[in-house]
Write a protein that binds this ligand. Structure first.
Ligand code: NIG
Ligand code: FE
Length: 387
């Protein structure tokens, strides 16, 4: 196995609590990659020899971003819907059906190419782990193919047959829940690690959501919930009561929701690109962090409610609009995302972790929010390989 020394690191974010501070930052640092993992981390002056060496010239190095929420298997876009929103038409879950119609008509090759394009886009912005959901097929075969395609790009695949009730089941929503918990679930087992449900007015109610989550858990899928996006509702507390890994969106929270998140340990996924692009109020991350809730930041990249694939954009919004410090925002975009996906091998740079890291075109990670909109990703390594 060949080893590579990265040296001349002005600021290294390890997320290792043993190194102190939230980010376990090491100044004037070096690290050694062996094969696909991190073998050594420390001060530049103490670095061991390796087969090769790269001096990053004082740049900052951070863990690759872990984007724990994205919808990438779809066809077409909804740019006109976005334009209408900007002149006052509110976002509603109904737009999902537009993308469902386009996705059903697309070929496997078209859908695969779209995912490849977006994963590449993400990678260029420093993301090295991404969760990918189905949810624009909503038939047994279309959901199964979406998850097979997602699985070509990530192990973090999520079955979202319960995105909305498709038009052909408009008069029979319970029939659709039976499909989602029965034949559709059976068709995706083996291709999905997670099951997600959109608990919202216009999508699925609490009882339907519980039935769907429990069916997935019984078949060995982990649970995730789209919760409290468009208004207060039962989503967050449902996620907590079934032991979901994540309750994502959390745009509208009651005190009881915050308490439930804190006591259950369910990760709150905050998705500020969605508030940006739907003109909704941003959730107050400070309220969650102060209550002891683990917060993940993710893009929720999708053609409807928000079409950004950029974790740096989310970090900048989190700092400017959600009362997170730059350190907290970076932690949530890396270690927080890993917690949301229940991964211990990514989201930090300590010996034994996957060598997923990003070299910034900046001396410290503060520049991610200090210089919003500027492409600051110099290099990304994934499993030890640059590219
Ligand atoms: O996470 N809220 C549900 N699903 C997506 C939006 C999907 C769409 O509008 O196409 C979301 O925001
Ligand atoms: Fe989503």
């Amino acid at each position: 196995m060949t080893s590579l020394l990265l040296t001349g690191i002005g600021s290294l974010v390890t997320n290792d609590p043993a190194r102190g501070g939230l980010l376990g930052e090491v100044r004037d640092a070096a690290l050694v990659i062996e094969g696909s993992t991190i073998a050594w981390v420390g001060s530049r002056l103490e670095a061991p020899a390796a087969d090769g060496a790269i001096d990053v010239g004082g740049r900052a190095v951070i863990p690759g971003f872990v984007d724990s929420h994205a919808h990438l298997v779809f066809a077409g876009d909804r740019a006109e819907e976005f334009a209408a929103r900007m002149t006052g038409t509110p976002y509603s879950a109904g737009g999902i059906r537009t993308t469902v119609a386009a996705t059903r008509q697309a070929t496997d090759e078209q859908l695969t190419a779209n995912v490849a394009r977006l994963v590449t886009e993400m990678r260029r912005q420093g993301t090295t782990t991404v969760e990918i959901k189905s949810g624009y097929g909503l038939t047994v075969s279309d959901e199964a193919r979406a998850l097979e395609i997602a699985g070509q790009f990530t192990e973090e695949t999520t079955y979202l047959g319960a995105h909305v009730v498709p038009a052909e089941y408009a008069d029979d929503p319970s029939g659709y829940v039976s499909l989602v918990t029965g034949p559709m679930l059976e068709a995706v087992v083996g291709h999905a690690k997670w099951l997600d449900v959109f608990v919202e007015r216009g999508a699925f109610d609490e009882d339907q959501g519980r039935a769907i989550l429990e069916a997935g858990l019984a078949r060995g899928l982990g649970a995730r919930v789209h919760a409290n996006q468009l208004g207060e509702g039962p989503g967050v507390q449902l996620a907590c009561s079934v032991g979901a890994a994540a309750a994502d969106h959390c745009t509208y929270l009651t005190d009881a929701d915050v308490d439930a998140l804190a006591s259950s340990g369910v990760v709150a996924g905050l998705l500020p690109a969605i508030e940006f692009s739907t003109r909704s109020p941003y959730p107050n991350a400070r309220r969650l962090i102060d209550a002891g809730v683990t917060v993940a930041l993710a893009t929720d990249c999708n053609p409807g409610s928000g079409y950004s694939s950029s974790m740096p954009f989310c970090i900048a919004l989190a700092v400017r609009e959600m009362h997170m410090t730059p350190d907290e925002a970076l932690w949530s975009a890396t270690a927080g995302g890993a917690a949301s996906l229940r991964r211990t091998d990514v989201g930090h740079l300590t010996p034994g972790a996957q060598a997923n890291l990003t070299v910034l075109e900046a001396p410290t990670h503060l520049h991610l929010s200090y210089r919003p909109g500027v492409p600051l990703i110099s290099q990304t390594y994934m499993a030890g390989r640059m590219g």
